[in-house]
Design a protein around this ligand. Structure first.
Ligand code: UDP
Length: 411
């Protein structure tokens, strides 16, 4: 039995020329020239939900279009494994939770199992996040192995870091999202920093007519003639959906017609999400201007894009964040974002220019109210927002970063 391979439709680099400029595309082809036919595999824990899957959907086909042979494989696991990996995710981000011998054994057992199912010969293997980080140890594969960390491991709970650090040391190279996320003792010689990016041509981010977007949002029972505030994110304590509701209530006291949409997908590797969804619904109580929606209501990529397009203000009130791709997506749609001053959000939300950085629900409520009451300023910030993303956070930049790394490792 082999690991599941994710099937992907082709994408063409040339289609991105009109957005990023033809010289950027020519630069990518130049970088890819010495890597023609190189065999690459990306391995992660889920084919949908969350930022990692989102990026691979675009990067893998574009890397193929640049002339490399690229696959994407997903590891297998049951709830028993994913409960442990969820704890690892939280523990590595500093949550004070136990890491028992049994949990370690479960993680190791599933990594060993997945390693036996991992087949094929590759020049470059990119392992994403802690879930499959043990694959290299148990597979002892050839090729260049890279571990890409999408989370903040700068202040990990020691029991978790002590366990994972030796697995990470096995890798020839590591990639972190930002300097300040790098875990204690990670070899800086073998480290690359690559921020995530979005695909400007994906169904979620491609231009959508306002009328169509309104129709989609209205289809979920919202009144598109009234002000709309949205947060799109998993139902997770770090994303602070309860804080978003508190912020909305501050706005609601002054703008009674305001509505809030909390839109979040339920990922297959996130059992805690269901618990937190319930908690969020209870916090919302009987206020039916708070719309809590997820993929089981039929909210997919297109619908997320529609919400971002129709919203007057987008919030991302995280208290911890990897990078915050949803912020990038909203900025790209010309929306100012009121975001928590954490993780990758301050790289994207330039305070007072592309949105506002906030540190509390009160501040979040006040800034959201300000934007609703100053539409011209809000539109101006929205225009800045889109340009900021075009220059820094589109998928073509990401592809070039990978090609540079492969060249460095293989050349
Ligand atoms: N997302 C989605 N549907 C939802 C909620 C989220 O498609 O209902 C997407 C979202 O648009 C973004 C990704 O999932 O592309 C979340 O990435 P982010 O970096 O913001 O957070 P993560 O979930 O990786 O912590």
């Amino acid at each position: 039995m082999m690991l599941q391979k994710v099937e992907l439709k082709p994408k063409r680099l040339a289609d991105y020329g009109p957005i990023v400029g033809d010289e950027v595309i020519a630069g990518i082809h130049a970088l890819a020239r010495p890597l023609q036919g190189a065999r690459v595999v990306h391995v992660n824990a889920t084919a949908y939900g969350g930022g990692v899957a989102e990026m691979l959907y675009t990067l893998v086909p574009l890397m193929r279009d640049a002339g490399l042979e690229v696959e994407w494989q997903v590891i297998e696991g049951t709830d028993e494994f994913f409960n442990v990996t969820k704890a690892c995710h939280n523990g590595l981000q500093g949550m004070d939770i136990p890491f028992t011998a049994e949990m370690k054994a479960i993680w190791q057992r599933y990594n060993e199992l997945n390693a036996t199912k991992f087949e094929g010969k590759y020049d470059f293997v990119v392992i994403h996040d802690p879930q499959p980080a043990g694959l290299l140890r148990y597979h002892s594969g050839n090729g260049h192995w890279v571990w890409r960390c999408h989370i903040d491991t700068s202040h990990p709970t020691p029991a978790y870091w002590d366990f994972f650090a030796p697995y990470i040391t096995d890798y020839e190279a590591t990639i972190f999202t930002m300097e300040q996320y790098v875990g204690p003792g990670v070899d800086t010689e073998r480290l690359s920093i690559i921020t995530p990016t979005i695909d400007p041509l994906s169904p979620k981010n491609a231009p959508m007519a306002k009328g169509k977007a309104r129709e989609i949002v209205a289809g979920f029972g919202l009144d598109v003639s009234r002000p709309l505030i949205t947060q799109v994110s998993r139902f997770d304590p770090w994303k602070d959906p309860l804080g978003v509701i508190d912020a909305y209530r501050i706005v609601k006291a002054r703008v009674p017609e305001a509505q809030l949409a909390l839109v979040g997908s339920m990922a297959s590797d996130d059992p805690e999400g269901w618990y937190y969804l319930d908690k969020t619904s209870r916090h919302a109580g009987a206020d039916f201007d708070i719309h809590i929606l997820h993929n089981f209501h039929g909210v997919g990529a297109l619908e997320v894009g529609a919400f971002q397009t129709v919203s007057d203000v987008v919030i991302q009130k995280s208290t911890r964040e990897g990078f915050g791709l949803v912020v990038t997506e909203a900025l790209w749609k010309g929306k100012p974002v009121v975001g928590g001053n954490v993780g990758g959000i301050p790289l994207q939300v330039v305070d007072g220019k592309t949105g506002f950085l906030v540190n509390s629900a009160e501040e979040c409520g006040e800034k959201t109210l300000y934007l609703l009451q100053h539409p011209q300023e809000s539109a101006h910030m929205g225009a800045n927002a889109r340009e900021h993303v075009r220059q820094n956070f589109l998928t073509t930049r990401h592809l070039a970063d990978y090609l540079r790394l492969f060249k460095k490792l293989g050349g």
